[in-house]
Design a protein around this ligand. Structure first.
Ligand SMILES: Cc1cc2nc3c(=O)[nH]c(=O)nc-3n(C[C@H](O)[C@H](O)[C@H](O)COP(=O)(O)OP(=O)(O)OC[C@H]3O[C@@H](n4cnc5c(N)ncnc54)[C@H](O)[C@@H]3O)c2cc1C
Length: 413
């Protein structure tokens, strides 16, 4: 009866939605069941760190209304999490003890926040941000907070810092590394980005560790390596850990994420796929396996797996791209940069625009832009087509202008 078992998806986020919507759009007719731990309809997370605090009550983040699932006969089990996989019996076990068989299983369990490993992290007034409920809690706290300390100078930390600033709080970002966004953005682009945050009024302490959070039940100060900071709200964003424990406990290969092949199938069990933040996969733009945390990756991987299960297999080759809105700064990244790549910073045609071109062996591999969406789009088009762009091609010009010149030459030819 495995043909009747259909597809079971574990996780109710961006990637899970992409899988199930693609399955039905591709004509897959067997049962589709989604187990989603959260009580909410699948929703998008990016607005949580950008908007939830300015419109905490009116925030609409769900991807589609409930009728979407009903009309497509997708069995969406909200607030019902899977606690074990029985791969021998091809069955998932839910918290209520139900055993549900699958023909194909898709793990789309996302990631959880890395906990803050210091005394006092459990005090009231200390929050991490991952879910809609977290965002609403932080949004409420921001209505009264005066001194906000953000622990971690990554994307979420910087987005939250600017949201808190816009709400009138005094904001300090405390970052252990010697610079902001050390895992994601080149040092070249980080410098102007940091200057702009400081100019807007965010105090940035890099190379600074947090030793303890203190207060009488509720946090009122943050003890760092350098000084003690007053705080009535502490938010931390110090990285995420993939939720790969179900796979590990079931004996699947796991290495900071569920290890999958180029079609996103578990390398241990081809009836199981993993997509989104929880998957570690090969990628033509990367050396070795990567795990990406982005909306683009979650959507594209879900689409690929949905199509494969419905009968159209392909390898995962989508160009990685990402954005982050930090106050008036729109940071966009196309491609995958390695720390050893050479980065050339190029000013745009107005003072707020800036791009960093990353070259590996003289070939363009990634582009970071600040407030320059047109250049980001040009980068995506060129990198997606894998048209070689050499460092010399960009001497004294921009990618947008280069792309236009190349198109004009194609038309002439
Ligand atoms: C605050 C915030 C802001 C972000 N901003 C951006 C941005 O600007 N741009 C961008 O590209 N990316 C951004 N991201 C990253 C992006 O949201 C993620 O990469 C994307 O959501 C990953 O999708 P996913 O489906 O893999 O995981 P998720 O969306 O995290 O969904 C996973 C779901 O699985 C559920 N789950 C886990 N285990 C189980 C289980 N055993 N049973 C049932 N359900 C389970 C979880 O509860 C969760 O709801 C942001 C992330 C956060 C947290």
């Amino acid at each position: 009866m495995t043909s009747m078992a259909g597809v079971v998806v574990v996780g109710g986020g961006q990637a899970a939605f992409s899988v199930v919507s693609t399955l039905r759009a591709s004509g897959y007719a067997a049962p589709v069941t989604v187990f989603a731990a959260e009580p909410h309809l699948p929703y998008q997370r990016p607005p949580l760190s950008k908007k939830a605090h300015t419109e905490p009550e009116g925030l609409r983040v769900e991807l589609v209304p409930e009728s979407f699932y009903r009309e497509r006969n997708i069995d969406l089990r909200l607030g019902d999490d899977v606690v074990a996989l029985d791969t021998a019996a091809a069955t998932v076990v839910t918290r209520t003890g139900a055993r549900v068989p699958y023909a194909h299983l898709v793990l789309a369990t996302g990631a959880r926040n890395r906990p803050l490993p210091v005394p006092g992290a459990e005090l009231d007034g200390v929050h991490a941000l991952r879910s809609l409920d977290d965002a609403l809690t932080i949004g409420r706290a921001l209505t009264t907070a005066r001194d906000v300390v953000v622990v971690g100078g990554g994307f979420i930390g910087l987005e939250l810092a600017r949201v808190a600033l816009a709400r009138g709080a005094r904001v300090t970002v405390v970052e252990l590394a010697d610079r902001l966004l050390s895992r994601a953005v080149s040092r070249e682009l980080e410098l102007p980005l940091r200057e702009r945050h400081e100019h807007a009024g965010v105090r940035v302490l890099t190379g600074t560790g947090v030793r303890a959070l203190e207060g009488p039940g509720r946090v009122d100060r943050v003890v760092t390596d350098r000084e003690v900071l007053a705080a009535d709200l502490v938010v931390y964003g110090i990285g995420a850990i993939p939720r790969d424990d179900l796979a590990r406990e079931a004996g699947l290969a796991v290495d900071d994420g569920v290890v999958v092949d180029e079609q996103l199938r578990s390398v241990t069990d081809p009836r199981i796929s993993a997509v989104g933040d929880c998957a570690r996969h090969p990628h033509p733009h990367a050396e070795g396996l990567v795990r990406l945390e982005s909306v683009q990756n979650a959507i594209d991987q879900g689409t690929l797996v949905g199509r494969r299960i419905a009968g159209s297999p392909a390898s995962y080759e989508s160009l990685p791209w990402f954005w982050s809105d930090q106050g008036d700064l729109r940071l966009q990244i196309a491609g995958l940069r390695s720390p050893a790549d050479e980065v050339r910073l190029v000013p745009g045609d107005s003072p707020e625009r800036l791009a960093g071109y990353a070259f590996r062996d003289g070939l363009l591999v990634a582009v970071e832009t600040l407030n320059w969406p047109a250049e980001h789009l040009a980068a995506r088009r060129l990198l997606e087509r894998r048209t070689p762009v050499l460092a010399g091609d960009l001497a004294g010009t921009t990618l947008g202008a280069l792309a236009r010149a190349r198109r004009a030459a194609e038309v002439r030819a």
